[in-house]
Every structure is written in structure tokens, then in C-alpha cells.
Write a protein that binds this ligand. Structure first.
Ligand code: GLN
Length: 454
């Protein structure tokens, strides 16, 4: 109830699209009843969480922060959210996000931008971006409106908002968490994961979220390890790879400093530091911004005004007019931009020049990582090249916005587990994040390294 009150009191952050206070209270009551009956409470027993509004929730509006899905109430529950409820968690509400998870600042939401609870030390009261696309999740956890929240990460959407708001978030290996019932952005990249205050909470929540699901054809058929029980911050004998190519121009001085500090902390924890090379890093961002829109343009074809949410039916209109009117009205500008890029790179004349090339680069990037992991156990790098930027600062320049993902997308393209942990502050008093990238299926190694830093 205290969390419900916080959610109501902090409505100015615009972190929630819908609050569901009864659901959180019901879960707490269910846990009380279990406790009275001497039954096990579940891994997430009684914990109220925020649910990114990309997860379908039965009987509760699910919008992906798009006008085109406004009023859509699913008849089914996503696998990940169902697993969380089965583990005893309760839902505080549906969290705001970038429209269809496309964005890095939460400014593409149809329901208005989210405001980060952070302010610059001497920056007056300028409102800052909470990161994106899981910006409602990051703001809610950072502002203590929820102890934890779900996120999804296609090209950084868990890690970048976690870094911007001083919280912890992990994107597991592709396939760990079921995509069933998660509104699709780019299916070969989309992964759900937890966002919480620290590494231990992330480990607990990820255990509840992960697991094989026959309803998702790319779900990993592997047992879920006991990550929480396996947590160990001792880095003795561990080799930490420092990728040379991530020391790039445009990296903020304070970010470089926090990276060096992280390296020193790792040494203190007993690790050996090794210099590694990921030579195709500079092609990752362009490849991502071909592959992700290509898949998005295909996934979004289902929003035609017939099956879900919005339908605009002008007077005397035929079927084609209805499609066109609904889409023109329902999709925001960033979503339209991605659909156009996606259909262009997939079109017969340009497929080989763009889409095929991007797929080849994706393979080279995965090979870079495979080689590097011959020399190290985990990789340490910044999560983003800068701390949080101001709202409005990058909205007129999509390329500047995309550049913020430069350190996040390589691990996404390779399907690897990657995490952001808080690592100090910049001169303006804003949080910075460090990223740990691990081998496929080695969430444990990633979490342990995160614990060593935190
Ligand atoms: N910011 C990136 C994009 O706009 C990543 C988004 C995400 O991971 N969902 O595509």
C-alpha cells in the first residue's frame, strides 16, 4: 500500500500509463494467506513490481505506448508476467515506454515522455531523460515507486535506462525469457529482463522470469540456474576483457574515468585485466539500425485496424482507406520512420545491399565476441558514452539519439547476456553505468562481476 501511495503521489514523473493498485494489494494478501498456512511464499512473494507496457496482461490495457493499441485489452497473459505472478509478485501498474520500444529517451511514447527523478547538481531544474525504451521502468525503480520492474532490451533498452538512472538491469542470453505475449519489435533481438536496485534483486527476479516456453520458437530449452545462490563477488582467477575499440571519440571524460575506476575495482577484487579487440564494433550500430527496422516493419504489419485497438474508418471508406487512416493516425513519427527504413532495406532492389550486408556484419560481430572470450571470462565497458541528457536535447536529430546505443547494440546482435551496474557519478552529480558482457548462457559470470563492482 505504501508503494501504491508512492505511485499516486509521483504521477508527475509520468512513469505509469495505468496503475493497478488492487492487483498489488491482492498479491500481498495472497502472500499473507500463504504465510498463515505455512506454505512457501514464492521467489517474489508479495513484491510489488511495475510491468513495462509491452507485456500483454490479461484484462489490463496493453498499449506499447502507441495510439494504435489504445484500448486494447488482451485476453491472455504473457509468459514472463505469468511467471512473475506465479512466483508471488503483484502488479503496481503498466509502465510507460518508448512507442513500440523504439527510442532511447522515452520521448516517443504516445502518452508523453517520462521524467527522470534525477537533476543536475547545478543545472537548475532541467528535466532529464530516464533513458529508453524502458524509461518508465527505470524512473519508477530510481524514484522508489517500485522495488523492481520488468524491462525489454532489443538494442540496449534495459541497460541504457538503468545507467541513466543509477539502477541495475540485466538482459539475459537471447532465448532465456519467453517472448510470448511481449509486443514484438525486432524478434531476433528482443529479450526481457529485470530492472532493480541491485544485482541480488536482479538475480532473484531473473530466476522467476526465465525458463523454457514451448510457445516461443526461439526459447532456450535449458534449466534455469540458481543465480542468486551462486552469487560471488570474488574475481580471483577471472580475466576481465577491456575492448580497445570502445575507447572512442565522443566518449565523455567522466565516463572514461568511471571505466578506469571499474578496472581498478576489478583488480582489487582479484581479477586479471586483459586488453581485447572487437574489430567490427564500428559496424554494429549501422547493422542494428538496418536489422531492427527490417524486423519491425514485418512485425508491425499486423496493426491494420482490423484486429487490435484503434480503427479509423472515414465516411464511405473502403478497406485500404481504413488501413491507411488507422496507421497514419495510430503510429508515431519514430515508428513510421522505422517502418519506412525497414521496408526499404527489405525491398527487392536493395535487399542485398543493405539487409544481407547487415546480416553478414552481425555474424562478424558474433565472431569477434567468440574470439575475445578465448582470452577473457567477461568484458567490461561503459554502458553509454554519456550520462543522461536533457529532455528535448536529441529529439530533432535521430542519428544523435541512435549514437547513444553504440556500446549496447553489439551484445544484442550477438545475443549475449549483458548488464548495467551503477558506477559512480559524473561532475554534474548524475549516475553513470558500467556494462558487463558475458558468454552465452553465463549470466552467473555477468552477475558476479556486477556484484564485484557494486
Ligand atoms: N534505442 C534502441 C532503439 O531505438 C534500442 C531500443 C530497445 O532496445 N528496445 O532501437
Amino acid at each position: 500500500e505504501a508503494f501504491n501511495a508512492n505511485v499516486a503521489a509521483a504521477s508527475s514523473l509520468n512513469a505509469f500509463i495505468v496503475a493497478t493498485p488492487e492487483a498489488a494489494v491482492d498479491a500481498a494478501k495472497a502472500v499473507d494467506a500463504k504465510r498463515a498456512a505455512g506454505e512457501p511464499l514464492g521467489k517474489m512473494g508479495g513484491v510489488p513490481i511495475g510491468m513495462k507496457d509491452l507485456f500483454a496482461t490479461k484484462g489490463v490495457q496493453t498499449t506499447a505506448a502507441s495510439h494504435i493499441l489504445e484500448g486494447f485489452t488482451p485476453q491472455y497473459e504473457s509468459t514472463v508476467s505469468q511467471k512473475l505472478w506465479d512466483a508471488g509478485a503483484g502488479m503496481l501498474g503498466k509502465l510507460n515506454l518508448d512507442q513500440f520500444a523504439m527510442g532511447s529517451s522515452n520521448e516517443t511514447s504516445y502518452f508523453g515522455n517520462v521524467i527522470s527523478p534525477w537533476r543536475r547538481k547545478d543545472g537548475g531544474n532541467a528535466a532529464l531523460a530516464p533513458g529508453g525504451s524502458s524509461g518508465g521502468s527505470s524512473a519508477a525503480v530510481a524514484a522508489r515507486l517500485a522495488p523492481a520492474a520488468t524491462g525489454t532490451d532489443t538494442g540496449g533498452s534495459i541497460r541504457q535506462p538503468a545507467a541513466f538512472t543509477g539502477i541495475t538491469g540485466i538482459k539475459p542470453t537471447y532465448g532465456r525469457c519467453s517472448r510470448w505475449g511481449v509486443v514484438a519489435f525486432a524478434s531476433s533481438l528482443d529479450q526481457a529482463g529485470p530492472m532493480a536496485r541491485d544485482t541480488r534483486d536482479c538475480a532473484i527476479m531473473l530466476e522467476a522470469m526465465a525458463g523454457f516456453d514451448p510457445k516461443d520458437a526461439t526459447s532456450l530449452d535449458m534449466p534455469v540456474p540458481e543465480w542468486e545462490a551462486g552469487l560471488n563477488p570474488d574475481m580471483t582467477g577471472k580475466r576481465i576483457g577491456i575492448p580497445r575499440e570502445y575507447r572512442m571519440d565522443g566518449m565523455d571524460e567522466d565516463v572514461a574515468k568511471s571505466w578506469d575506476e571499474g578496472i581498478a575495482w576489478m583488480k582489487d577484487a582479484g581479477a586479471e585485466i586483459v586488453d581485447i579487440s572487437l574489430p567490427h564494433t564500428k559496424y554494429a550500430l549501422p547493422a542494428y539500425y538496418i536489422i531492427a527496422p527490417a524486423e519491425a516493419s514485418s512485425n508491425l504489419a499486423r496493426y491494420d485496424g482490423v484486429r487490435y485497438g484503434l480503427r479509423d474508418l472515414p465516411d464511405g471508406a473502403g478497406l485500404q482507406d481504413m488501413y491507411a487512416a488507422t496507421r497514419a493516425d495510430g503510429f508515431g513519427p519514430e515508428v513510421k520512420r522505422r517502418i519506412m527504413i525497414g521496408t526499404y532495406v527489405l525491398s527487392a532492389g536493395f535487399y542485398d545491399a543493405y539487409y544481407n550486408q547487415a546480416q553478414k556484419i552481425r555474424t562478424l560481430i558474433a565472431q569477434d565476441f567468440a574470439k575475445a572470450f578465448g582470452q577473457c571470462d567477461v568484458i567490461l565497458a561503459p554502458t553509454c558514452p554519456t550520462a543522461a541528457f536533457a529532455l528535448g536535447e536529441k529529439t530533432s536529430d535521430p542519428l544523435a539519439m541512435y549514437l547513444n546505443d553504440v556500446f549496447a547494440v553489439p551484445a544484442s546482435l550477438a545475443g549475449l547476456p549483458a548488464m548495467s551496474v551503477p558506477a559512480g557519478m559524473n561532475r554534474e552529480g548524475l549516475p553513470l553505468g558500467l556494462q558487463i558482457i558475458g558468454k552465452a548462457f553465463d549470466e552467473q559470470g555477468v552477475l558476479n562481476a556486477g556484484l564485484a563492482i557494486e
